[in-house]
Design a protein around this ligand. Structure first.
Ligand code: IPM
Ligand code: MG
Length: 361
């Protein structure tokens, strides 16, 4: 097994070091190779996704990704900005299925901005289509308008589009995921306005015929945004397009009060995947040793489960994370009165210690 390690920018390096430490203590047979990505790669190789990094990601059995981005690159032309690295990896590796769980950990219920009773026990899975939609649709660009409200004015334009097979494949992923959970799936669209969404809704309904044991409902994205803060526990599995999924998954993550705890997986059709924390590169706290490494550590667990066929090792990591929370250890982002504030490294060490304890009994 070969794991490509792409730490990236900001807190990426610090949190990745802890995740790699945790992987090593599990005593599995795997090789790792590290490569620069994002702003770090732009600095050293002149491009956020250098050929060599892409080649490594393609050759590896799985990719563990930190985070990319820094305000200092905001003025670069779009093709050279750090975000292009993650978009390029998704596109070139065909990572169309993005799993974003939003779980409210029992000990962290009070970290949410919602009332504890609304989020206690929350466990939602957002499945976001990741290689289509307005993110990748052509044509796009800037030009002089020939029609519209201001002919002759400069305009920017993008294209929202989905083909039937693109919707079908994410529908199957979502129905199968729902089958493994509570058998309830909500498909989110804007079919009251958008043609793309009407096709999305039609295809979801058609694919549903193959999964009669799963309950499907459709919800408009504006209503879904509202229901997520009104009664989030009504959701179980949510499937939606790239753009809506980007927005709703951030909203859902924040409900848990601890985006620093949430992992994610982006899978291709063979379950090869890229695993990354749901939070970003947080350049404001980079290098201070206060970032929460648990989302990256839990991403490594997801990687072991989904791509590397090591469910027991994954379970050991997850149990160790539960154990450090139960011990009252907290990084600054999840700290509250009566718990012990620890650094990034101390948190990683504590997870390692908890795993070692289960290994040696
Ligand atoms: C995410 C991020 C990315 C996205 C950015 C960094 C391109 O917000 O993974 O949700 O919009 O998909
Ligand atoms: Mg996002």
């Amino acid at each position: 097994m070969k794991i490509a390690i792409l730490p990236g920018d900001g807190i990426g390096t610090e949190i990745m070091a802890e995740a790699v430490k945790v992987l090593r203590v599990l005593d599995l047979k795997f090789e790792t190779e590290t490569a620069p990505v994002g702003g770090a790669a732009y600095e050293t190789a002149g491009h956020p996704l250098p050929e060599s990094t892409l080649a490594l990601a393609k050759a590896a059995d799985a990719v563990l990704f930190g985070a990319v981005g820094d305000w200092k690159y905001d003025k670069l032309e779009r093709a050279l900005r750090p975000e292009q690295a993650i978009l390029g990896l998704r596109k070139h590796l065909g990572l169309f299925a993005n799993f974003r769980p939003a779980i409210c950990y029992e000990q962290l219920t009070h970290a949410s901005s919602l009332k504890p009773e609304l989020v206690a026990g929350l466990d939602i899975l957002i499945i976001r289509e990741l290689t289509g939609d307005i993110y990748f649709g052509q044509p796009r660009g800037r030009r002089t308008a020939v029609d519209g409200h201001f002919p002759g004015a400069e305009e920017g334009f993008d294209t929202m589009r989905y083909s039937r097979p693109e919707i079908e494949r994410i529908a199957h992923v979502a129905f199968q995921a729902a089958r493994k959970r509570s058998k309830r799936l909500t498909s989110v669209d804007k079919a009251n306005v958008l043609e793309t969404s009407q096709l999305w809704k039609d295809v979801m309904t058609q694919v549903h015929a193959q999964y009669p044991d799963v309950e499907l409902d459709h919800m408009y994205v504006d209503n879904a945004a509202m229901q997520l803060v009104k009664a989030p526990k009504k959701f179980d599995v949510v499937v939606t397009g790239n753009m809506f999924g980007d927005i709703l998954s951030d909203e859902a993550a924040m409900l848990t009060g601890s985006i620093g705890m949430l992992p994610s997986a982006s899978l291709d059709k063979h379950n090869k995947g890229l695993y990354e924390p749901s939070h970003g590169s947080a350049p404001d706290i980079a290098g201070k040793g206060i970032a929460n490494p648990l989302a990256t550590i839990l991403s490594a667990a997801m990687m072991l489960k989904f791509s590397l066929n090591q469910p027991e090792a994954a379970a050991r990591i997850e149990a160790a994370v539960q154990s450090v929370l139960a011990q009252g250890l907290r990084t600054a982002d999840i700290w509250s009165e009566g718990t012990r504030k620890v650094s990034t490294r101390e948190m990683g060490d504590a997870v390692v210690a908890a795993i070692t304890k289960t290994i040696t009994g």
